[in-house]
Design a protein around this ligand. Structure first.
Ligand code: SF4
Ligand code: SF4
Length: 425
């Protein structure tokens, strides 16, 4: 890192030794996976910088915001509305949960057969290695899958200010009413935390800021429809991951800048991989930082990933919020409309997701879909069978993968992915 941040980390209560070990592993993985890629857009230098300073400069910025009176809210799910946090003078950051840490300790608190994402969130807390988590004034959990719901009961004893948002499981009128009531309850909790009342003006500003961020990502996604794909799946995934913790305005500007470059690449027929490289859509569980395992395997096996049907991807970013409302209530309605369309596998029935996967496969001209399930994730693994069946009806091959964060199965996965790509050829 460009500056020595040890004192800052110490003051935040991080375990310096464990944190050094984590940064060492992360830095090496980034070098081996990201910096080893060829034909990267120049604009990715921004994201390389963000990653190199992910526990440094960005944390210092957040601490400066705190000194100036702003509050920091950590969140684990795309259902938590950043617009409301921004409107009440708070900054929302994603709590990544994309790597194993302190697994032995975690398994004293959670059953072994818990998904890697939930275990990771506990590992980062137990190991005291996440400055985002340690710096957060409020941590928001949500009642989505059973694993998370029950895990938050335990996490509540480990973090100071855990707030749990209830979420519907059915897309009915009642479900929508519950989401609206919960967004209001969240708004009140954030107002209480910050001492700032949300106004029509501040909420509109929050909506516009987040819409701009999502619109930039939509622009990036559209450019990936080209053949050759102008950006690798790994790099596009990184942009989707950084979405959750960068300064929103700077993120939007940086993504738009990279899109300007990608437009030129598309026009010149330049790609991250040669034309007619087999194109794959990844669908399933979120891939949080630094979970780069699957795209690394796919893109070193002769294919390119052209889209992610995932919460760290299009499921999380796809619709914009209507901006025509003039009162807080009208804008809250627009927010509920937008978030209620998120087709997480915790919903039943969830046929919208099947349609969305098919639409994405067609739009991004994907020749095959890899369904990415985290082991022990009931909702997504259960849904992977209907996904495969729906794709088969349309003649789109689907490979179902259940894995975790360890690299133990990397060799076996690579063999399966290579055989799948061969089939696509
Ligand atoms: S998969 Fe579901 S629970 Fe997980 S982040 Fe997405 S919406 Fe939230
Ligand atoms: S990956 Fe699956 S089991 Fe894990 S938190 Fe998300 S929905 Fe729950």
């Amino acid at each position: 890192m460009a500056e020595d941040y040890r004192l800052m980390w110490q003051e935040m209560g991080l375990d310096l030794e464990a944190h050094d070990a984590l940064l060492g592993v992360l830095g090496q993985a980034y070098e081996d996976i990201y910096l080893a890629q060829k034909n990267r857009p120049e604009g990715m230098a921004y994201f390389d910088f963000v990653m190199s300073e992910v526990h440094g400069l960005r944390i210092r910025e957040l601490l400066d915001e705190k000194k100036a009176g702003r509050k920091i809210i950590g969140s684990y799910c795309v259902f938590v509305p950043e617009e409301i946090a921004l409107a009440a003078n708070a900054t929302l950051v994603g709590l990544c949960s994309g790597a194993d840490f302190a697994t032995e300790e975690v398994e004293k608190l959670l059953p072994r057969n818990t998904c890697a994402l939930i275990k990771s969130s506990f590992g980062f807390k137990i190991g005291k290695v996440c400055p985002y988590l340690e710096g957060a004034d409020m941590v928001v959990g949500e009642n989505t899958c059973d694993g998370k719901k029950k895990a938050y009961e335990t996490l509540g004893n480990m973090v100071d200010n855990l707030y749990v948002m209830d979420l519907p499981q059915v897309k009915s009128e009642n479900g929508r009413a519950l989401l609206k009531a919960e967004f209001y309850r969240f708004m009140e909790a954030v107002e209480e935390l910050t001492g700032v009342t949300v106004t029509a003006e501040s909420l509109k500003q929050g909506i516009q800021t987040v819409n701009a961020k999502r619109a930039a990502i939509h622009r990036l996604s559209l450019l990936r429809q080209a053949d050759p794909a102008p950006i690798s799946g790994l790099d596009a995934l990184l942009a989707n991951q950084v979405f959750f913790y960068d300064n929103p305005a700077r993120f939007t500007e940086s993504v738009n800048k990279i899109c300007d470059e990608l437009e030129q690449r598309v026009e010149a027929g330049q790609g991250a991989f040669p034309k007619r490289t087999p194109r794959i859509l990844v669908s399933g569980c979120p891939q949080a930082v630094p979970n780069w395992k699957l795209p690394m395997i796919v893109e070193t096996s002769g294919a390119v990933i052209v889209g992610e049907e995932s919460c760290v991807g299009e499921r999380g970013t796809r619709n914009l919020t209507g901006e025509s409302g003039t009162t807080v209530d009208e804008m809250m309605e627009s927010l509920v409309d937008r978030y209620f369309k998120v087709d997480c596998a915790v919903f039943t029935p969830n046929s919208d997701r099947l349609d969305h996967i098919k639409e994405m496969a067609a739009a991004y001209k994907a020749e095959g879909v890899i369904h990415y399930g985290l082991q022990f994730c009931q909702p997504y693994i259960m849904e992977s069978i209907p996904v495969e069946n729906a794709l088969e009806e349309d003649g789109i091959p689907c490979l179902r993968i259940d894995t975790d964060y360890s690299l133990e199965d990397a060799g076996q996965l690579k063999t399966r992915v290579e055989a799948f790509i061969e089939q696509l050829r």
